[in-house]
Design a protein around this ligand. Structure first.
Ligand code: SF4
Ligand code: SF4
Length: 426
C-alpha cells in the first residue's frame, strides 16, 4: 500500500510500522479470519480497515480519536497474519502503533483507572493476589463499585489457590537429557500455580533439569499489548539479564508470554544499553528470542522418553491459544502430546481460528465483545462432547472456565501440561 509515513517521526518503531503498511496490498483475504470483523461487520473493525486507519494517523491525515475505537477493539489475536497471502506482519504495526500514540490517547478517568489498576497488579503476583482478595470484597459491595471496574469483578475467581514456591532447580529424573530455564508467568502463578508444577513434573519425568531463575519478572506482554512501551522495555531488560546462558532453551507455558518474549527485539528496538549503545541490547534480544520456545515445542523436539500410561478413555478438546497458534505457529505440537496419551480422543473445535476473547486485558477493556467470543468458544467446546478442554495459555483457560461455568457445563479446563502430568500419574 502506498503511504507517506515518515518513519523517523515515530521513533525506533516507525520503520517496522511503515514496512507493515507497505506490505499490505488491500486484497481483503484477512477479513474472514478476523473475529472483530465477524462481530461488528464493518471494514474499520477488520485488519485491512485498521491498517488504513493506522496509516492515515501516522501520516497525519486522520485524527487519532477517529481511529481509536477501532484500534481498541482489535484483540491483537493475529488471526489476520496466517490468513494474509502477502505476509503482512500485523504484529509489527498494532502494538508499536499503540505504543507510539499512547501519550496522546484520550480516555475517560474511569477507563484510565481500570487500565492503571490492571497494569499495576496483574504483572506482579503479590499485588495480583491482593487485588483478587479485594475483588471478593468488591463482589459483596457490587452496587458501590464503579461500572467501569465491574469487568474486573466478573472475571475475578471466587477462590484463589494458595501460593506455591517453585524450586529454583528441579533435577532431571534418571539420565539428564537437557537443561532448561522456565518463565513462571505472573498471572498464571496466582490463578493456577499447578500449571507450573505440572510443567516441571513432565519435564523432569522426561529427563530435563528445570531452572526457575529468581530474578525473572513479567514477560512484559500486557504492557506491550496495551501501549505501555516503557514498562514493556523494563520487563524485557530484566528478563534478558535474569535468564542464564547455560541452558538448552528458555521455556514458556503461557502463549501470551512466549509471544511477547519473541518480540523483545521489537520492544527494545533503538533503546540504549547501560553503555549507551543502541545496537547491543537489540542484538541481545535477537539472540534471546531465538532461545525462547513453548514447552510443547521443546518436548516434541526432545521426544517423550516414555509414553504416559493414561487414565482410560476420554475425549479432550484442544483450544488453540492465538498467541501460540497465530503468533508462534505452534499448532501440531500440543496436539501430538495429547494424542500420545493412551485412551485420549482429540476433538477439534468449530471455528478454531477464532479468539476466545481473553486476549490479555481485552476482556477487561472490551467486556461485551470478549463475552460474546467467550460464549461462542464455550459452546464450541460443549458441542464436541469432550469432558476436558486443554489449552496452552492461562488467559484462555480462565476465559473458558468462566464461560463454561456460565453455561452450566461440567467440562474441565486444563493446561496441556496438566493433562500430560495427570496421564503420567495414571
Ligand atoms: S490479507 Fe494481507 S494484504 Fe490482504 S488486506 Fe489483509 S493484511 Fe492486507
Ligand atoms: S489481530 Fe485479530 S482482531 Fe486484530 S485485526 Fe487481526 S484478526 Fe482482527
Amino acid at each position: 500500500m502506498l503511504h507517506t509515513i515518515k518513519p523517523e517521526e515515530h521513533g525506533p518503531l516507525g520503520e517496522p510500522m511503515a514496512q507493515a503498511v507497505q506490505t499490505c496490498v488491500h486484497c481483503g483475504f484477512c477479513l474472514a479470519a478476523c473475529p472483530t470483523y465477524r462481530e461488528f461487520g464493518q471494514e474499520m473493525d477488520s485488519p485491512r480497515g485498521r491498517i488504513v486507519l493506522m496509516k492515515q494517523v501516522l501520516e497525519g491525515e486522520l485524527p487519532l480519536a477517529a481511529a481509536q475505537p477501532h484500534i481498541d477493539r482489535c484483540l491483537g489475536c493475529l488471526a489476520c497474519e496466517p490468513a494474509c497471502p502477502s505476509g503482512v506482519p500485523y504484529r509489527d504495526l498494532i502494538s508499536p502503533f499503540r505504543a507510539v500514540v499512547q501519550d496522546r490517547t484520550e480516555r475517560s478517568t474511569g477507563e484510565k483507572l481500570r487500565r492503571w489498576l490492571a497494569a499495576q497488579t496483574i504483572p506482579h503476583p503479590g499485588r495480583f493476589r491482593l487485588a483478587l482478595a479485594g475483588a471478593k470484597l468488591g463482589k459483596a459491595l457490587r452496587p458501590l463499585v464503579p461500572a467501569v471496574l465491574e469487568p474486573m469483578l466478573d472475571l475475578a475467581p471466587d477462590t484463589v489457590p494458595p501460593a506455591v514456591a517453585l524450586p529454583r532447580v528441579t533435577p532431571a529424573e534418571g539420565e539428564r537429557r537437557a537443561r532448561v530455564a522456565l518463565l513462571a508467568g505472573c498471572a498464571q502463578q496466582v490463578l493456577d500455580p499447578d500449571i507450573n508444577l505440572a510443567t516441571i513434573a513432565v519435564l523432569a519425568r522426561n529427563g530435563v533439569e528445570v531452572v526457575v531463575p529468581e530474578a525473572q519478572g513479567c514477560c512484559g506482554g500486557l504492557a506491550w499489548h496495551t501501549g505501555d512501551l516503557g514498562a514493556a522495555r523494563d520487563f524485557a531488560r530484566r528478563n534478558l539479564d535474569a535468564f542464564p546462558a547455560g541452558v538448552d532453551a528458555i521455556l514458556t507455558n503461557a502463549a501470551g508470554c512466549g509471544s511477547a518474549m519473541h518480540e523483545y527485539h521489537l520492544i527494545l528496538r533503538g533503546t540504549p544499553d547501560e553503555a549507551g549503545s543502541t545496537g547491543s541490547l537489540q542484538a541481545r534480544a535477537e539472540v534471546f528470542r531465538k532461545r525462547v520456545m513453548d514447552v510443547s515445542v521443546f518436548l516434541n523436539r526432545l521426544g517423550l522418553r516414555e509414553a504416559p500410561q493414561g487414565a482410560g478413555a476420554q475425549k479432550v478438546a484442544y483450544h488453540d491459544a492465538c498467541h501460540l497458534a497465530n503468533a508462534q505457529g505452534v499448532r501440531e505440537e500440543p496436539r501430538k502430546l495429547l494424542r500420545a496419551i493412551p485412551g485420549v480422543t482429540l476433538c477439534e473445535l468449530a471455528d478454531a481460528h477464532l479468539c476466545c476473547g481473553s486476549a490479555g486485558s481485552y476482556n477487561l477493556d472490551q467486556p461485551d465483545t470478549a463475552a460474546s467470543l467467550g460464549a461462542q468458544k464455550a459452546r464450541a467446546v460443549i458441542a464436541t462432547g469432550a469432558t476436558v478442554v486443554a489449552s496452552g495459555n492461562i488467559g484462555c483457560l480462565t476465559q473458558l472456565g468462566v464461560h463454561l461455568k456460565k453455561l452450566g457445563s461440567p467440562v474441565r479446563v486444563r493446561h496441556t501440561m496438566q493433562v500430560l502430568r495427570d496421564a503420567y500419574r495414571g
